[in-house]
Design a protein around this ligand. Sequence first.
Ligand SMILES: Nc1ncnc2c1ncn2[C@@H]1O[C@H](COP(=O)(O)OP(=O)(O)OP(=O)(O)O)[C@@H](O)[C@H]1O
Length: 327
Amino acid sequence: MTTAPDTPVLEIDGLGLRLPDDRAARPILDGVSLTVRAGETVGLVGESGSGKSVACRSVLGLLPRGARTTGRVLVGGEDVLTMGRARLAALRAREVAMVFQDPRASVNPLRRVGDFLTEGLRASGTPAAEATARAEELLDAVGIRDPRGALRRHPHQFSGGMLQRVVIAAALAAEPALLVADEPTTALDVTTQAEVVSILARLRAERGTGMLFVTHDLELASAVCDRVYVMYAGRIVEARSTGDLFDRPRHPYTAGLLACTPRIEAGAPAPRPVPGRPVSLAEAPPGCSFAARCAHAVARCTEEKPEPARHGDGFAACHRADEGIAL
Ligand SMILES: Nc1ncnc2c1ncn2[C@@H]1O[C@H](COP(=O)(O)OP(=O)(O)OP(=O)(O)O)[C@@H](O)[C@H]1O
């Protein structure tokens, strides 16, 4: 499927999510809004437990058991949260594909890679020979040598990096308008990581696929993404184009994440960890969730929730963003 450039392929609009708990429903996401346009790579970054995976899995309608949601998750203008089973299955088969951290969790170890790659195409009526030819083409596109031989092999005969390429090839088989990649390179060694990233970038450029790229690695986000959303305790606290965000962070949490990212250039400051530990949305104070860890917090920060306000080419949700405290 090709979508005209700049058309939103994903619009998450005010997504809230609660899970059942012993006493009351536990809030996980609050007012999450983000957009991915055709041909754009959008990063979702934040520490472990901030809600990145829950948010991105919601795009395929993959919600934790018992989840109650508010807001909308629009793919191609249609709300995933109100889709029936059959429509969701069609969405996952054709419009949105997802690549997870561990490629071995995405494949059946007992089946040949060829079956894995062709099953979607066969199910949509593509004749066997054509599906096989297409699978070979896809493996070639992700840099697998001897695609024909690869189709006959089983997953255990591939290294993690090679198998992640196979999973990416399968994700692209139906030419989805949107690819959701949840920490797709975290389990790979650095060299393989760079190769997989360059494959994703090339495919995005060639095919115009929109990509939501989830990572806790800011260096990687800055290399891969056009725009980045920063998530903390289930909320988006800042979002801007990559260059603007990394040069001029407005939210102290973004600045903290940048300061704790190791840099290799000569004279770069040593990484400093963000003080304190991340809180979940359920533990967060009524005001800003980051207040307890923020060196700039004032009384208002713990009392009043900061709403997103325009900054640079995006927004920041911080009462003191105008003061440039994070710069
Ligand atoms: N299936 C589930 N059942 C109950 N709680 C869940 C479930 N999935 C996620 N959570 C909770 O939701 C919150 C957000 O988790 P999530 O996995 O989205 O964070 P994350 O930012 O992706 O972290 P990581 O980088 O470690 O994957 C956490 O508090 C987690 O415990």
